[in-house]
Design a protein around this ligand. Sequence first.
Ligand code: HEM
Ligand SMILES: *[C@@H]1O[C@H](CO)[C@@H](O)[C@H](O)[C@H]1NC(C)=O
Ligand SMILES: *[C@@H]1O[C@H](CO)[C@@H](O)[C@H](O)[C@H]1NC(C)=O
Ligand SMILES: *[C@@H]1O[C@H](CO)[C@@H](O)[C@H](O)[C@H]1NC(C)=O
Length: 340
Amino acid sequence: MAKSIMCIVLTEISLVALFHICICYQTNECTSTPSLSPQFYNSSCPKAQTIVQSFVAKAYSNDPRMAASLLRLHFHDCFVNGCEASLLLDNSGTMESEKRSVSNQDSARGFEVIDDIKSALENECPQTVSCADILAIVARDTTVITGGPSWEVYLGRRDAREANLKGSNDNIPLSNSTFESIVTMFNVQGLDLTDVVALLGSHTIGNSRCKSFRQRLYNQSGNSDLDQTLNQNYASMLQQGCPISGDDQNLFALDYVTPTKFDNYYFKNLMTFKGLLSSDEVLFTKSRVSMQLVKLYAENEEAFFEQFAKSMVKMGNISPLTGTNGEIRRICRRVNHVDV
Ligand code: HEM
Ligand SMILES: *[C@@H]1O[C@H](CO)[C@@H](O)[C@H](O)[C@H]1NC(C)=O
Ligand SMILES: *[C@@H]1O[C@H](CO)[C@@H](O)[C@H](O)[C@H]1NC(C)=O
Ligand SMILES: *[C@@H]1O[C@H](CO)[C@@H](O)[C@H](O)[C@H]1NC(C)=O
C-alpha cells in the first residue's frame, strides 16, 4: 500500500525513480525502502562514510576479530525493533539494556569503536549521522576489509529512544535453536530462507565461546551423546579446549579453515560436518532447499557474495525510524533527553 502510493508520487517527479520503485514493488525483491537512500548524508555530512571507514580500518588493524564483532552488532540491532540502534543503549534508570540479553551478555563487543566513530562524526557534523546508520555502514566496511563483497548502504535511519531487552531475548536465534525456529525468526523480520543461508555466511569470520557449542560435544540430546552431525575428528579437536565444564569463555573460530577471511569456507565446512554451531550445521542437515543453497555457495563464492550483499541491504531495511520519528543521538549509549 505504502509502496504503491510512493509510485504515484514519484511518477510526477522522475521516470527513473518510477522505474526503480515499481520494479521493486512488482517483483517483491525490494533492496531499498523509499525513505532510505545511499545519498542521505551527501550534502549534510559528505565525509561521513570516509570517517567511518577510517575508524573501521584502525580497529581492524588493532584487532582483526573486531571486524566480526562489529558486523554482528548490525544484526543484533536490526532484529530487535528494527535497525534503530536500540542495542547500543546502556542500562540506566528505567532503561533495561539489550546488552544484558542471552545473546549479547559476555559476547557482544565493539561498543567502544562505535563510540569513537560517533564522537568523530559529532565533531564533523553535529547531530546529523544516526547511530543506526553508523552500524549499517560499519557492517559493510567490515565485510569489505575482511575480503567480502561491497554494496551501497542505504541511509537515513534515526535512533530509538528505548531499548527492548525482552525483544532481544525473544527475537535473536540461539546456537541451539532448531532449523524451523531460525527460519521462523527470520521470516518474522521479512527475511526468507535464502536470506537466512546467505546471512549466516557471515560466520565465515569471528569467534564463538566454548559455552555456545558445548552441548554438541557432550550431551546433544540429553544422554551424554555427541551431535551426530558433527565430524568426529573436528569434535575431538574442539574438546581439547572446550571441556565438559569450565573454560566457558575459551574462543574458537567459527570458520576453522580461514578464520579471519570473508570467503565461502563457512559453507564448505558445513558440507564436511565441520560447522561450529548447531545453528550452522542445521542449514546443511535439516532441509533440502537449504542444503542446495549451502552447496551453491560452497561451489560458487560469487553467488554467495552477490546474495550476501542483497540480504544485508534487506536486513538493514528492517523497520527503520525515519522522518520525525526517533532522534539523532549525540552519544550512542544514551538518549538525548532523559525524562525525570
Ligand atoms: C540463526 C542465526 C544466528 C545464530 C544462532 C547466531 C549465533 C551466534 C553465536 C552463538 C555466536 C558466538 C557468540 C559467542 O559465543 O560469544 C555468533 C557469532 C557471530 N555472529 Fe552470529 N548467529 C546468527 C546469525 C548471524 C547473522 C545474521 C550475522 C551477521 C549478519 C552474524 C554474525 C556473527 C559474527 C560476525 C560473529 C562473530 C562475532 C565475534 O567474533 O565477536 N550471525 N553468532
Ligand atoms: C554520495 O556520497 C558517496 C560517499 O561519499 C559517494 O560514493 C557518491 O558518489 C555520492 N553520490 C552523489 C550522487 O553525489
Ligand atoms: C539453549 O540454550 C539456552 C541458553 O544457553 C538454554 O537456556 C536452553 O535451555 C537451550 N535449549 C535447548 C533446547 O537445549
Ligand atoms: C545431559 O542432559 C540431560 C537432559 O538435559 C541432563 O539431565 C543430564 O544431567 C546431562 N548430563 C550431563 C553429563 O551434563
